[in-house]
Design a binder for this molecule. Structure first.
Ligand code: F3S
Length: 496
């Protein structure tokens, strides 16, 4: 049996990182000229490399910023840095996470009152440095209980945490501070998203033989996830799928995967795919070859093109009485060359090509006197909507990468809800077209046409449940639904 892989629901971009990235991309898409970030926008090399290709880079210390857009990242900055940028006439875009901004406000309030502020966090971390800037000469950073023991003590103190701090460390540290100060105003400013991610990592680690923690080398929250997982099972922290060594998985069955708040979905997906591959490889060359073949056929869209062409062939057999193999080959070639290597076009080109393929597909029906007597477009509508569903599914898989790279696919241009609505409409349309064909032809093979839309609903539910780290499974499931439909229709045609 291959590995049992569980991926944390909370893995991937948190609300603050997503918001910061959205702001940056909005500016990138609406302005010309270079866009600068104050320090790396997020701790992830793949995302930063992709942004560089779109003239989004870190601000250099002596760079002229007058008139340039400068993004303040989710970690926040000190008030001095903000003033300095204003003085240099930069166009400031504040992408500070609202939760970090709340901590900054607490620190500012108490330091202005003259209360010393203790920040429990990592010295030198961008967020902590920003908070220290708000505390002025009243701020002090400690990393945990050991350093709390060395505090001199006093009357009044305000305690906050870095938003990615471990809750246990925070509680233990606060207990010690309380013993040393007569009045301790503690604020548990650990972000809920961080807490939930850490808790899920803890639970996942307990139930796994091995934990894979994915994230940037400099990401504090990823390091913390690793520290949380490590006491419970063999754990590894990696940046990408290329860092995975098969020897690490020797003798294991259950693999847990989690990721830091700045890890994009496509990196998590690649890691999950690589772990799957290692699992199959561990069971000999035949299962490994099988996995590679399935993966290849899905990534290159071979299984989609072949499945769609077979559905087309079965459809033609139902409608005209013959499978029209030459046309089937043409349809296969058209779909495969169009989508080979997952090329990303734009919604207009993609929809145009889909309509063109669907119209080409029904050309042989136009001269058929029986077909012209029925709503002739039913086969085209059925086939076209199935193609569009798969196209949209696939674009949903790559939405994050497409947004960063500047591709304008439908999921990039529309909000999640609109994409879901379009998908639901397409599923309903394909189902209604299948019902119409059943009514018109009433042959056993025709009934199988309803299978594809119905099986799509299952894949669709899967897609909705796990939107952030979708694996290839969603695409593979959809391709299988084509093959099942075609097989059912051919079998029904034969029986009929
Ligand atoms: Fe903000 Fe929490 Fe992410 S503080 S940046 S939402 S980890």
């Amino acid at each position: 049996m291959p590995f049992q892989i569980r991926v944390a629901e909370t893995a991937g971009f948190c609300f603050g990182v997503r918001k910061a990235l959205d702001k940056l991309l909005e500016i990138r898409n609406t302005t010309r000229g270079p866009v600068r970030t104050l320090g790396p926008l997020i701790h992830n090399e793949q995302v930063l490399e992709a942004l560089k290709t779109r003239s989004v880079d870190e601000l250099l210390p002596d760079e002229d910023v007058a008139g340039k857009h400068v993004i303040l990242r989710a970690h926040g900055v000190t008030p001095e840095t903000r003033d300095m940028l204003r003085a240099r006439e930069a166009v400031i875009c504040d992408a500070t996470c609202p939760k970090v901004a709340q901590v900054q406000a607490i620190v500012k309030k108490y330091s202005q009152k003259g209360t010393p502020v203790i920040i429990i966090g990592d010295k030198g971390h961008a967020e902590v440095d920003g908070l220290l800037g708000y505390a002025g000469d009243r701020g002090l950073v400690i990393t945990g209980p050991d350093e709390a023991e060395d505090l001199p003590g006093g009357d009044d103190v305000c305690v906050v945490a870095q938003t990615t701090q471990d809750r246990q460390v925070f509680n233990e540290t606060v207990d010690i501070i309380k013993r040393k100060y007569t009045q301790c105003r503690e604020f548990n400013t650990i972000c809920d998203a961080t807490y939930e991610r850490q808790e899920e990592t803890r639970l996942l680690a307990v139930r796994s033989d091995v934990m894979v923690v994915v994230g940037g080398r400099n990401s504090a929250n990823t390091k913390r996830l690793f520290e949380i997982a490590a006491p419970h099972c063999r754990s590894i922290m990696i940046q990408s799928a290329a860092d995975l060594e098969p020897s690490f998985f020797k003798g294991v069955r259950r693999v847990g995967v989690t990721a830091g708040a700045s890890t994009p979905a496509w990196v998590i997906r690649d890691v999950v795919d690589r772990v799957h591959a290692i699992g199959w490889e561990a069971h000999g060359s035949v299962p490994a070859l099988l996995y590679r073949a399935i993966r290849w056929s899905s990534v290159t869209h071979f299984s989609w093109a072949a499945g769609a062409a077979l559905v087309y062939s079965a459809l033609m057999q139902i409608v005209t009485g013959t499978p029209l193999w030459i046309m089937t080959l043409l349809i296969f070639a058209l779909i495969w060359t169009w989508r080979l290597k997952g090329c990303r076009l734009n919604p207009w080109v993609d929809s145009g090509v889909t309509v063109a393929i669907s119209v080409t597909a029904v050309l042989p029906l136009i001269a058929d006197p029986v077909i012209t007597a029925m709503p002739a477009m039913a086969p085209a509508v059925y086939f076209g909507s199935l193609l569009l569903i798969r196209l949209l599914f696939n674009d949903c898989l790559y939405v994050q990468a497409d947004r960063i790279a500047g591709h304008k696919t439908l999921p990039v241009l529309l909000c999640d809800r609109s994409v879901r609505r379009i998908l639901s409409i397409l599923i309903a349309v394909s189902f209604l077209a299948a019902l119409l064909l059943i009514r018109l032809r009433n042959a056993p093979g025709t009934y199988a046409l309803a299978a594809a839309p119905m099986l799509t609903v299952c894949s669709y539910r899967y897609l909705l449940r796990r939107p952030t780290w979708l694996t290839l499974k969603a695409n593979i499931l959809l391709d299988i639904s084509y093959w099942i439909t075609a097989a059912g229709a051919f079998l029904g045609n034969r029986m009929g």
